[in-house]
Design a protein. Sequence first.
Lengths: 250, 254
Amino acid sequence: MALIETKDLTKIYELGWNKKVIGLNQVNLQIEEGEIFGILGPNGSGKTTCLKLLLGVLFPTSGEALIMGKGPLDVNMKKHVGFLPENPYYYDYLTGPELLKFYGRLFDLSPAEINNRTARLLEMVGLAGAKRLSLRHYSKGMLERIGLAASLINDPKILVLDEPTTGLDPIGCKETRDLLLQLNQQGKTILLSSHFLSEVERVCSRIAIFHRGNLIEQGTLKELIGQYQANTLEDLFVKSIEKFDQQHPA
Amino acid sequence: MKKSWIIALNTFHESLRKKTLYIVLVFGLVVIGASRLFSFLTAQEELKMIQDVSFSAIEFFGALIAIFGSLGAISSEIEKRTIYTLLSKPITRPHFVIGKFIGQKLILLINFVLLCLFFIGLLLFKKSMPNVEIFKALFLIYVELLLISSITLALATFTSDAFNIIFSFFLYIVGHLTSYGRQLLERTENIILKGLGDMLYTLVPNYENFAIRDKVVVGVPVSWQYVGKTTAYGIIYIVIAILIGIYFFQKREV
């Protein structure tokens, strides 16, 4: 059984009187345990919609989204999931440790566990020196790092990351990539959405390409590059989107 | 319940940062303090005036704090997108709504207690020991404020801030006028108008039920039975407001 699965997952946004936009169109994804799975796609292709549906922030128009065989609103399932949203915003009057404590308490962690994990995670994301700084004084990159730490407070089996390197400098990007590979080696399954092709190329074992709400391709990088006779991921990305546009004119 | 309490404490800390609430609180304290200006009256009349002005100020400024405090409790989480992270944690949407309700009630309690302490301090300064009737009046004002805050928060789960603020103030005013409206409608023979009036009287909480201050100021005692009944009346509306809030937020996409 796949760890993360969507079955004909569809989301249609109703934008007022008789105006509808397809956010996601009958998407079928299967992500196995231990994978780093990358979702690629241009802006507005449905990547974030897919993640929000998996986490129960949005409700599907039809179809199913399952994590560990459970629906998105299952509280027990959520105990095993860590989530980093795109451009994360947090309660800006809290400090980094206070934020982790707040989220840790929602996972029923004991105060001792929270303290241990907070110290370790802040060290891991390079924010140990900013313990007393409130989040309103954080830079974009620091917010991304504290977001990553917050997504790991429950030591999750599954990590869902939406554009995890947005706002990070090249060194921050590399550190995050290394961290993702390290977390994957520890057994965590990672689902990440990104439009940084090089990032996906370096860390993901399988990828899916989304375009105009449709899942147009999924497989290993090697399979897809062979299928499209592409030279690079960028080449594959462009060719797959062009092919879809030719077959399905807007 | 534990998860709701964690969210409530976070909401409480967040509200403590809102400057609007402090401004309203300071205005309330100033108005209560200004009631001392009636020192040209006889001692007995001055005390009545202090009580009257203070009860009105506590209720009015308390209502402002209840409405403004509850107004952005949910919309700010959505606008700032903090809700995405929160809902991905092992909590249910009812946990979130109940947490927000409790958090707002805590902030309201702190502000209310400060206003009351100032009022009682003023009475003691005038060498007048507050009697139990004053505490009954204050208690019912607090129940009224809880209800106002609950209604605003329930509306916040499915309406915009602009609509919410207008509707909450509208309900606050109408809620104080329903008794008069009913008396007027009793004189009409139009069945439809009478029916509509009865429906409105049932749907909109009658805030005048909580206003026993006029009696307290002139020294008319209010029974504990009345206080108990009115509290139960308020609690019923509060529970309905919470349930409405939960119902709509469970359907809301954020």
